[in-house]
Design a protein around this ligand. Structure first.
Ligand code: NAP
Length: 135
C-alpha cells in the first residue's frame, strides 16, 4: 500500500510492477480459473488503483478489468475530450472511475496528478499501472 502523504512521483515510486504481455486466450482462461476469477472468489473491493494512459489500448482494458473486480480506479490521458468520453461510458457501465488530464512525461503534471489521486483516494493508493509507451 502506498502512503501518498510522502508526495511520491510516478517515476520515483512504483507500487506494483506490471508487465504487459499478450497472452493466448486459452492460457488467459486457465490463469483466470487458477486465480478464482471465474467464480468471483477474487475481488478488489475497497482497493484504489491509478492507471495512467487508460483511454485506449491495454490501459483501457486494464481500467475496465480493475473496475469489474470492484476497485475504484483513477486514470489519465492527454486528450480531455477522449477522457471525458471514456468516463461517461464507464459510468454507464456502473464502474467507479475518475480521471484527470495529464501528460505523464511532464514532472509538474505528474505531481499535479498525484495531488488529485491523493484527494480522490483519501491519501491511499493500492495499485499503480503505468501504460503510456511514451514514459
Ligand atoms: N498495444 C500492444 O499490442 C502492446 C503489446 C505489448 C505491450 N504494449 C505496451 O503497453 C503499453 C500501452 O500500449 P498501447 O499500445 O496500449 O497504448 P499507447 O498508445 O502507448 O497508450 C495509449 C494510452 O496512453 C495515453 N498516453 C500516451 N502518452 C501519454 C502521456 N505522455 N501522458 C498521459 N497519457 C498518455 C493515451 O492517451 P492520449 O494519447 O490521449 O494521452 C492512451 O490513453 C506500452 O508501454 C506498450 O509498449 C502494448
Amino acid at each position: 500500500m502506498l502512503q501518498l502523504e510522502s508526495r511520491p512521483t510516478l517515476s520515483g515510486s512504483k507500487v506494483f510492477l506490471v508487465i504487459l504481455r499478450t497472452t493466448r486466450k486459452k492460457r488467459g482462461k486457465s490463469v483466470r480459473k487458477a486465480m478464482g476469477l471465474a467464480d468471483n472468489r477474487w475481488s478488489l473491493k475497497g482497493m484504489s488503483a491509478l492507471v495512467t494512459g487508460g483511454t485506449k489500448g491495454i490501459g483501457y482494458a486494464i481500467v475496465e478489468e480493475l473496475a469489474k473486480l470492484g476497485a475504484r480506479v483513477h486514470t489519465c490521458s492527454r486528450n480531455e475530450a477522449e477522457l471525458k468520453g471514456c468516463l461517461k461510458a464507464w459510468e454507464g457501465k456502473g464502474f467507479v472511475v475518475t480521471g484527470s488530464v495529464c501528460d505523464v512525461s511532464s514532472k509538474a503534471q505528474r505531481e499535479k496528478l498525484m495531488e488529485s489521486v491523493s484527494s480522490v483516494f483519501n491519501g491511499m493508493l493500492n495499485i499503480l499501472v503505468s501504460c503510456p509507451s511514451s514514459m
